[in-house]
Ligand binder design. Structure first.
Ligand code: NI
Length: 184
């Protein structure tokens, strides 16, 4: 278990196209998945792609319940946030709806930037689980958006790529300045 460093835009490694994962999973890859979860919950975030940790493998995780305010009590103790960790390996969209939905998106690799992005409102996804078993299911709304955001990372795409050049330039400037401040 370890929290790893999340790469921040503009880091070239965020532009890498990730490679398919082979089964059975090696201990090294299993450790990557565990570290991804630790890192995402620590951040905290609702999704993370292996690319964001500098690992070019087609793995992403999500927990779209994480910040929804849902809590449960364990043995009458302190309430803890619900965890619904999903691991998506070698994900592939089989279909995307033509209708679009607009959601405000943010990204752990693009800190403090939140922008409205249009994406297909529903998707059909095929993916593999930790055992290598293949699944197919439909998703819509926030889940569909979160999955498209995360799987874009596996192709080296960031949500800010969908904004105007002007806005992208401003964001790049802001994050370079932030980095300079942190390093000084
Ligand atoms: Ni992201």
């Amino acid at each position: 278990m370890a929290i790893r460093e999340i790469l921040i835009y503009p880091d070239d490694k965020l532009r890498e196209v990730a490679k398919p994962v082979e089964f059975p999973l090696s201990d090294e890859v299993k450790a990557v998945v565990q570290d991804m979860a630790d890192t995402m919950y620590d951040a905290p975030g609702v999704g993370l792609a292996a690319t964001q940790l500098g690992v070019a493998l087609r793995i992403a995780i999500t927990d779209t319940d994480w910040r929804s305010g849902e809590v449960r009590h364990e043995d009458g103790g302190e309430p803890v946030a619900a965890r619904n960790l999903k691991v998506w390996i070698n994900p592939e969209f089989r279909w995307r709806e033509e209708g679009m939905v607009t959601c405000e998106e943010g990204c752990l690799s693009v800190p403090e930037v939140y922008e409205d992005i249009d994406r297909p409102a529903a998707v059909r996804l095929r993916w593999q689980d930790m055992e290598g078993e293949t699944h197919e299911a439909d998703f819509e709304g926030f889940q569909a958006v979160a999955l498209q955001h995360e799987f874009d990372h596996l192709d080296g795409i960031l949500f800010i790529d969908k904004l105007s050049r002007l806005k992208q330039g401003m964001i790049k400037k802001k994050l370079k300045k932030r980095k300079k401040l942190q390093n000084s």
